[in-house]
Design a protein. Structure first.
Length: 430
């Protein structure tokens, strides 16, 4: 096949290969992408997968290895958004976007019919991709049809931590008027502080309250080396007067119940303000692995925090003779409504499938009638716009505790078909 006219002779072969690693917060290690289909049988786990991450010329869009890999992580030095070769890359997406514009180090793609947008930014000096995110129209193999999907990738900064007090001024390509300093103490070398300070919402789920200020992505690679809570000193731009405005803090729930969880009241109580400097100081506890996406917004109303802790009890006998009793619970501060759930096994938290008995109730009692013999676990969930709070498990035994055959199976089947089944979010404090 003859090469296209007026194009570099080696364009189809100028490809940079690399191994992409993903952070595992549970093991606190970087895990490489693995080749699920290696050539020939191999002992042990599959080998790490090499894939194209950059093109050594500007013809990424028409180089065959690139077509299935998406936009590059690196561009050749000297690339600008005005280069025709660079624009060829994104012009190929004209079937999804009808309005594509370019700048020195960016491209913005819009579908004006359905209001979808994608943005790509890179460094004109180094060629490194600094941000790519928005909507793409892809084939979903699981559901068997095309759909619009949101994604977000951005550059993070990694800082080595030393066995002393590390004072780090956070840098950002996107936010210049918010000054954030982190103070981190570790007992030995080996840990890293990895962060990104962004102006764009990386998850496309709006913060529940206020006007967005910034988003802070945080990781500590070995939390066991921390010797104290992480302290953040934040100076806010003068157009947000902390003496008259409130700040709202949210953490992205990375479990099954994706969503923003509001900071608890004790976090807000611990914040110290300096109104003269228009600044504040807060801490993130050093308990457990630290991988957080924090959203900060501001407004004129006091913050709404997750419902307060509360206790579930009942007047059931021990054991209960007839399966008729009343569940009662104390008021959860800040709760807007409650839901009642039952399970044949102890409810350990997130990922535990529950059978909803009733939802959106505002009272503090709920009657149970005609429950067959068996052992049951009840919980009540308090809800508001900032999140959910789970009560204690209440164990109730009816009769001898020997279940009616098939009854617990019925509970599980109802849980699968109920559209109102929820996953209880684990509460994680900022």
């Amino acid at each position: 096949m003859p090469l296209p006219v007026d194009q570099p002779e080696l364009q189809f072969f100028s490809v940079v290969m690399g191994i992409v690693h993903h952070w595992d917060p549970e093991t606190e290690t970087w895990v490489p992408e693995y080749d699920s289909n290696p050539t020939g049988p191999l002992p042990g786990p599959p080998p790490p997968m090499f894939r194209p991450i950059a093109a050594a010329n500007k013809y990424w869009a028409i180089a065959p290895p690139m077509l299935n890999e998406g936009p590059p992580i690196l561009l050749p030095n000297g690339t600008t958004g005005f280069d025709p070769e660079f624009q060829n890359l994104f012009d190929l997406m004209g079937n999804m976007f009808d309005d594509i514009s370019y700048g020195l180090d960016w491209a913005v793609l819009k579908n004006t019919t359905i209001n979808k947008r994608m943005q790509y930014n890179f460094s004109a000096t180094t060629g490194v991709t600094t941000y790519i995110g928005g909507w793409t129209y892809n084939y979903n193999e699981y559901y068997g049809h095309y759909s619009w999907d949101y994604f977000s990738d951005y550059l993070e900064t990694s800082v080595d931590l030393f066995p002393t007090l590390n004072t780090i001024d956070l840098q950002s390509l996107w936010i210049l008027d918010i000054l954030i300093t982190a103070e981190i103490s570790v007992s030995a070398p080996g840990a890293k502080f990895i962060y990104a300070l962004n102006a764009i919402n990386p998850v496309n789920v709006p913060l529940p309250m206020g006007d967005e200020l910034c988003y802070l992505d945080l990781k500590i690679t070995d939390h066991s080396l921390l010797t104290a809570n992480i302290t953040f000193d934040v100076t806010i731009p003068s157009y947000i007067d902390l003496s008259t405005k409130y700040l709202y803090f949210y953490a992205w729930n990375m479990g099954n119940s994706l969503g923003w969880s509001g900071a608890p009241q004790e976090f807000y109580d611990s914040i110290s303000y300096d109104y003269t400097a228009n600044s504040l100081t807060f801490e993130i506890p050093m308990e457990g692995p630290i991988m957080l996406l924090v959203g900060i917004s501001y407004g004129t109303e006091p913050p709404v925090t997750e419902p307060g802790d509360f206790t579930l009890t009942s007047d059931a006998g021990n054991p209960d003779e007839d399966g008729n009793f009343v569940l009662s619970w104390t008021e959860s501060a800040g709760a807007e409504s409650y839901s009642v759930y039952v399970s044949p096994t102890y409810i350990s938290g997130e990922s535990q499938l529950l059978v909803p008995l009733v939802s959106n109730i505002t009272g503090l009692t709920y009657p149970i009638t005609g429950l067959p013999n068996g052992t049951y676990y009840f919980v009540v969930v308090a809800h508001n716009s900032a999140g959910n709070t789970l009560s204690n498990n209440l164990e109730v035994t009816v009769g001898t505790g020997e279940e009616i055959p098939g009854y617990n199976l019925l509970i599980l089947l109802v849980a699968f078909v109920s559209v109102s089944a929820i996953i209880i979010k684990k509460r994680r404090k900022l």
